[in-house]
Design a protein around this ligand. Structure first.
Ligand SMILES: Cc1ncc(COP(=O)(O)O)c(C=O)c1O
Length: 403
C-alpha cells in the first residue's frame, strides 16, 4: 500500500499480539488446545452470553448455527438481502430455501415490517431467520424477536459487524449484542477488517446448553468422546464396563470447522483491547458525523438506531451520485488517486446470479436504493482524527461540496 493511503478497513496488530501468538507456537498445541476454551470463556464474558463456540470463520459459524437449529433441505429460512453473502449462504449450505427480507433504504437494516413481509411471502412455516446488524447499527431486535416468536421462527443474529455494541431493550435497559437476549444464537466474525481479529475466525454465542453441546459436536465431525454420551454401548465398553480408550462416536454429520490454538491466542490478545478499539473507532465517527450530518439528503451518514450504543464496523456515506453529476466508480477512482480507499457494502444478495437463477428476480426496493447510494469511507482504529479530517476534505472536494 502506498505511504499515506487510507484503506477502507485495516487490522491493528501490536507487539503484544505477536508475542501471544509466538508463545503459543513455542508450546505444545497448534490446533485445539487450552487457549480455545480460554478464548471462548473470555468471549462469552465480553458479550454477556452463557457460552461461546469458536470456529474457523464467521461463515462456518452461520452454517453451524443453521445445523444446530436442525435446518434441513427444503426448509424456508429468512435472510437479509443487504448483507454479505454468508448471511444467506450459512443456511443455504444446510439446504434451506432462502426468503430474502428487504432493507430500510436509510440504514440498510431489516425492519420489523420487511421481516414480516418476508415471513408472509414464504407462504409456509419459516424455520430460522438471520438478522444482521449492518455496519454495527443494531436492528430492531425487540420487535423482530416478537414476530419471530409469534411465528415459531428461530432468530439468529449476524453480529459480524457489531462486536462490542449495545442496544435498547423493552424496558429501556441497554443490552450487549451477543448476549442472545432476543435471539437463540448470535454469530461473529474475527476476520482482519472486523473489530477484533484472529486472522480467520468465527464465534457462535448461545445460552441454551443443549445447543451449545450440539454446536461443539458439529464443529468437529459430529463426534463425541465422552463415555456418558455414547449410544453404541456394545462397541464402546469392555467387559469391565470401562470405555475403550480409542473409542469415539459420530452422531451427526459434522465438519472440521475448528479454530487453531494460535488463532485463539491472537483472539484473546485482541479481545482484551475491545474497549480501546471501540473508542478509537468512535473518534473517527465523531469527525465524520460532525462534517457530514448537516449536508442534506444528497450526502449523509447512515441514521443510527434509536437508543443504541453501537461499535461501528463500517462507516458508509449515502450519496446521491446523480445529484453530483458523477458515477460512483468515478468518485471511487478520484478518491483513490488522492490516497483514500473506499468500498461498497454490499451488492444485495437477492441480485446475485446464483439466487436469481434459483428463485427468479425479486423486488427489494429498499435494498436497491441503499445499494445505489452506499460508499464506505476509511474506518479503522489505527486512524487518527487528522486522517478522518483528510478523508472529509477529499470527499468534499471530489463531490464539489463547499465548506
Ligand atoms: C455480515 C457478515 N456476515 C458474515 C460474514 C462472514 O464472516 P467470515 O468472513 O469470517 O467468514 C461477514 C464477513 O465479511 C459479514 O460481513
Amino acid at each position: 500500500m502506498p505511504a499515506g493511503f487510507l484503506p477502507y478497513g485495516r487490522h491493528w496488530i501490536e507487539e503484544d499480539d505477536i508475542q501471544a501468538v509466538a508463545d503459543c507456537l513455542r508450546g505444545d498445541w497448534l490446533t485445539t488446545g487450552p487457549l480455545v476454551e480460554e478464548f471462548e470463556q473470555a468471549f462469552a464474558r465480553a458479550v454477556g452470553a452463557k457460552h461461546a463456540v469458536v470456529c474457523a470463520n464467521g461463515t462456518a459459524a452461520l452454517h453451524l448455527a443453521a445445523l444446530a437449529d436442525g435446518v434441513t433441505p427444503g426448509d424456508a429460512c429468512v435472510a437479509p438481502t443487504m448483507s454479505f453473502l454468508a448471511s444467506a449462504n450459512g443456511m443455504r449450505y444446510a439446504g434451506a430455501e432462502i426468503i430474502f427480507a428487504d432493507a430500510d433504504p436509510d440504514s440498510g437494516l431489516v425492519t420489523p415490517a420487511s421481516f414480516l413481509a418476508a415471513v408472509e411471502r414464504a407462504g409456509r412455516p419459516v424455520k430460522m431467520a438471520v438478522i444482521v446488524h449492518l455496519n454495527g447499527h443494531p436492528a430492531d431486535l425487540v420487535e423482530i424477536a416478537r414476530i419471530a416468536e409469534q411465528h415459531g421462527i428461530t432468530l439468529v443474529e449476524d453480529a459480524c459487524h457489531a462486536l462490542g455494541g449495545r442496544y435498547s431493550a423493552e424496558d429501556g435497559q441497554i443490552v450487549p449484542i451477543g448476549s442472545c437476549s432476543h435471539s437463540v444464537m448470535t454469530v461473529f466474525s474475527l476476520h482482519p477488517v472486523k473489530t477484533v481479529t484472529m486472522g480467520e475466525g468465527g464465534v457462535v454465542t448461545v445460552n441454551n446448553g443443549a445447543l451449545y453441546e450440539r454446536l461443539k459436536m458439529l464443529r468437529s465431525h459430529g463426534m463425541v468422546r465422552e463415555p456418558g454420551r455414547f449410544v453404541n454401548h456394545d462397541m464402546a465398553f469392555g467387559s469391565d464396563g470401562a470405555a475403550a480408550p480409542w473409542y469415539y462416536e459420530m452422531q451427526y454429520l459434522g465438519f472440521n470447522y475448528r479454530a487453531t490454538d494460535f488463532a485463539c491466542a491472537l483472539g484473546l490478545s485482541q479481545l482484551a483491547k475491545l474497549e480501546k478499539f471501540a473508542e478509537r473507532r468512535a473518534t473517527v465517527s465523531r469527525v465524520y458525523d460532525r462534517h457530514f450530518s448537516d449536508l442534506g439528503e444528497t450526502v449523509r451518514p447512515v441514521r443510527p438506531s434509536a437508543g443504541a450504543e453501537p461499535v461501528l464496523h463500517l462507516y458508509p456515506l449515502l450519496i446521491d451520485f446523480a445529484a453530483f453529476g458523477k458515477e460512483r466508480a468515478q468518485v471511487m477512482a478520484e478518491l483513490r488517486s488522492r490516497g483514500i480507499g473506499t468500498q461498497v457494502h454490499y451488492i444485495p444478495i437477492h441480485r446475485q446470479p446464483y439466487y436469481v437463477g434459483r428463485d427468479g428476480p425479486a423486488d427489494m426496493p429498499g435494498a436497491d436504493v441503499y445499494y445505489q447510494r452506499a460508499l464506505s469511507l476509511p474506518y479503522y482504529p489505527l486512524m487518527e482524527e487528522a486522517d478522518a479530517e483528510r478523508v472529509v476534505r477529499e470527499v468534499k472536494q471530489v463531490l464539489g461540496i463547499n465548506g
